[in-house]
Ligand binder design. Structure first.
Ligand code: BG6
Length: 301
């Protein structure tokens, strides 16, 4: 075991709950196992890679073609999107979805909650590297609580002298039996920006179903979504706080082929339902202020 893992285990391991290990690609992970569920959090990127409640199939999807290299995004699980969503608004040379998912985070706390869930907290502050991409001083805290449900929360604090505006997403990839046969409930009647149709604004009629490349930002919605998966006879619920936009994404056939870290035939097995601060839902954080973005993910039968 490396010195880093040994020292993390000395300070933060929790017997019967959490230990640090070498995970895929040798990346340091927190391996969480308790009476309720198992989960893996990759420390670089503060990336929740898996969540599996006892007796259930895995809830999150990850590509068999993902890279697992420090400083590279992981394809699957819950990439943390911050401080901009999608392409940078003015500079296409900057990384898509910001830099939180490719930064090195520090472990700041581990704990067992009164309900027997396991909590892991990671933090990230601005550095020369982040300031070269985004000029603002900040503190991020990412808290993962693994119980019957998975709770993830990104706290964004402004420790500078002037306000900043940021976009964000808990870019969750869910495992489904067949993306073409699921329905996503909770967005009925809402407006969305259709990124596969030049960003046109449209209105959702009925539940969301997927039969082609789908890339949409649903606007003005604080609703929980339910992914109804008749093939596996399960429903995954995604409830949220601090978010008024929800992104639904499936790359379908052609886009899957264009992505090096996504198998050509993998798209039926996943759907992203992302708790976001995107489009007109970017958030402005005043000096000494903070914004919290939270998702609670669980299987509801
Ligand atoms: C979604 C975007 O959130 O993420 C899509 O709406 C994008 O446009 C997808 O393709 C994946 O992004 P990335 O940077 O992880 O390949």
């Amino acid at each position: 075991m490396t010195d880093q893992l040994q020292s993390l285990n000395r300070r933060f391991a929790l017997a019967g709950h959490l230990q640090f290990k070498a995970g895929p690609g040798g990346l340091a992970v927190a391996d969480i196992n308790n009476e309720h569920a198992a989960a893996t959090v990759v420390l670089p990127g503060a990336h929740v890679l898996s969540f599996q409640p006892r007796g259930q199939r895995p809830v999150l999807w990850a590509s068999a073609h993902s890279r697992f290299e420090s400083g590279q995004p992981i394809r699957g699980g819950i990439p943390l999107v911050w401080p901009w969503f999608g392409a940078h608004p003015t500079d296409p040379a900057k990384p898509a979805h910001g830099f939180a998912r490719t930064s090195l985070w520090a472990v700041s706390e581990t704990a067992v909650t009164s309900s027997g869930a396991t909590r892991l907290r990671l933090s990230l502050t601005d550095s020369d590297e982040t300031r070269s991409l985004w000029p603002h001083p900040f503190q991020l805290e990412f808290t993962v609580t693994v119980g019957v449900d998975l709770q993830v929360e990104l706290a964004m604090r402004n420790v500078g002298q002037s306000a900043f505006t940021c976009g964000a997403a808990l870019h969750s990839y869910f495992a489904v039996s067949d993306a073409g046969r699921i329905s996503i409930l909770g967005l009925e009647g809402g407006d969305y920006l259709d990124k596969v149709d030049g960003g046109r604004r449209k209105t959702q009629a009925g539940p969301v179903t997927i039969a082609a490349e789908t890339d949409r930002i649903y606007l003005d919605t604080t609703a929980a979504c339910v992914i109804d998966d008749p093939g596996w006879g399960r429903r995954i619920r995604v409830a949220k706080l601090g978010s008024r936009s929800t992104v639904v994404w499936n790359p379908w056939v052609d886009k899957s082929r264009r992505m090096a870290d996504f198998g050509d035939e993998e798209y039926p097995g996943m759907v992203c339902v992302e708790t976001a601060n995107a489009a007109d839902d970017v958030v402005t954080v005043a000096p000494a202020g903070e914004h919290r973005l939270q998702a609670v993910i669980g299987v509801v039968g």
